[in-house]
Design a protein around this ligand. Structure first.
Ligand code: AMP
Ligand code: GLY
Length: 438
């Protein structure tokens, strides 16, 4: 009986667990999570509550369980060295070791890698180690269209974009100086205009097998307004493209990932084994790279994994053995829309410790639990994104209506973005890119 440990306790880990369970009738599943996620709990043989970045906790649990492999859900355990530790113990993971995962954890590393190996996709950028030349770079080189990025894992909060989070050069300089004081360096880059999308791929270091492209929505409120969040929802289309994306765009993103994977192997002398997840942007001048992650996206995993037709555990086993070239990756030809129900006040001032209720789900909908604590008398909000509701259908409007109905069935002090996946919002996105490219 295969034994697997999943590290993490969000909706992404819930869908990973469900997909694994559906791929074999005799899986022994173990969870290391920081709170009791009811969805994961119902699937697990054992659920250990512990800090997911604590290597001693991971060592003790894995020594006792002796899993065939481990799937770390979030980036933090990978960056803490969980994969390296497990490898020393002879236990493989569906994630790369720490030096390879710098592709996610260091923005300067990734920009420099693309530049060094002549890979297309970088915006204009420069890594600064001091103030000198900074002001002139923002003003003259970037013509005041800039993005300032703290270098390192910041949970999506280290990036500030002019026009969104920064009003002018002065605010840009102040934030850049803050980053310099903290990290000794800062990444400054050209602000790109276009439509963002995520393309996640399974890789064993040699073969890259792309999943379906997905579009996430970072802003908290309707019409892409308000503060940035971990992602309020996402969609994928039945034809395995996105409504604004051409097959050439997708091929270009795939090519960047292939080149980056090769360059990374050369640079680190180690193959990237796991999920390589590119955050791309379709611009006037083709596809550019925003960032890479070394794990499944959240919410993107909830769009893609339920549509996977190829056996997930066989993919994991082939990935570990370096035999992905022998697999064909197939997905159902359905559209998916995910809407995250979040506490009122999220992300800045979220309601916590309030009870919510989950009514029955409509047909073709799934609910994946995230920042929810299961207590004796019910489900409680813990302050971050609470439940991901996903609708599936033959078209985007069909999937959207299912997701909408599912999200409306959650009762409590919560809200969600009603516009995600709607025809109106998608049309706006198509139009915006068409205008840029005209
Ligand atoms: P990251 O953490 O690198 O994914 O950045 C977070 C968000 O900042 C992205 O999803 C984009 O919306 C935005 N962003 C990052 N880099 C750029 C860029 N060069 N131009 C425009 N927006 C960007
Ligand atoms: N969807 C954004 C992330 O997983 O980082």
């Amino acid at each position: 009986m295969p034994k697997v440990i999943i590290i993490g306790n969000g909706a992404r880990e819930h869908v990973i667990a469900e997909t694994l369970k559906n791929s074999t009738s005799n899986l022994d599943l173990f969870i290391l999570g920081e709170a009791k996620n009811p969805g994961l709990f119902s699937l697990a043989s054992e659920y250990k509550i512990g800090k997911t970045t604590d290597l001693e906790v991971i060592r003790e649990f894995s020594t006792r369980i002796q899993p065939d492999f481990v799937i770390p859900g979030p980036e933090a355990p990978i960056d803490a060295g969980a994969v390296d530790l497990l490898l020393e113990m002879g236990i493989p993971s569906i994630a790369p070791i720490k030096t390879v995962a710098r592709l996610e954890s260091s923005k300067s590393f990734t920009r420099d890698l693309l530049q060094k190996y002549g890979i297309q996709g970088n915006p204009k950028f420069r890594v600064f180690f001091g103030n000198q030349g900074l002001e002139s770079y923002l003003k003259n080189e970037l013509a005041e269209q800039f993005v300032i990025k703290a270098d390192g894992l910041q949970g999506g909060k280290g990036v500030k974009v002019v026009g969104d989070h920064l009003k002018n050069i002065e605010e840009g300089l102040n934030y850049a100086k803050e980053c310099l004081n903290k990290d000794g360096r800062v990444v400054v880059e050209e602000k790109l205009l276009g439509q963002e999308f995520s393309l996640m791929s399974f890789t064993d270091g040699t073969t890259i097998l792309d999943m379906i492209p997905v579009q996430d929505h970072k802003r908290a409120y309707v019409n892409d307004q308000g503060p940035n969040t971990g992602g309020m929802g996402s969609y994928s289309d039945a034809n395995h493209l996105l409504p604004f994306l051409t097959p050439q765009d997708l091929a270009m993103a795939n090519e960047i990932t292939i080149q980056v994977s090769k360059a990374l192997h050369k640079e680190t002398k180690t193959p990237f084994k796991g999920i390589i997840y590119g955050g791309f942007i379709a611009t006037k001048n083709g596809i550019k790279l925003i960032e890479y992650n070394a794990r499944f996206g959240d919410p993107e995993a909830m769009n893609v994994l339920p549509l996977l037709k190829t056996n997930f555990i066989e993919i994991c086993q082939a990935l570990i053995k370096g035999e992905l070239s022998g697999l064909k990756l197939e997905f159902k030809k359905q559209a998916s829309v995910c809407k995250y129900v979040v506490p009122q006040g999220y992300p800045d001032n979220p309601t916590k410790n309030e009870k919510i209720e989950l009514k029955s789900m409509p047909e073709n909908a799934k609910a994946y639990f995230a920042s929810i604590d299961q207590r004796a008398d019910g489900l409680y909000l813990m302050g971050s994104r609470a439940i991901a509701l996903v609708g599936f259908g033959n078209s985007l409007p069909e999937a959207e209506q299912v997701a909408q109905k599912a999200a409306l069935s959650i009762k409590g002090p919560v809200f969600f973005r009603e516009d995600i996946g709607t025809e109106k919002l998608i049309k706006q996105k198509i139009k915006a890119l068409q205008e840029l490219r005209a």
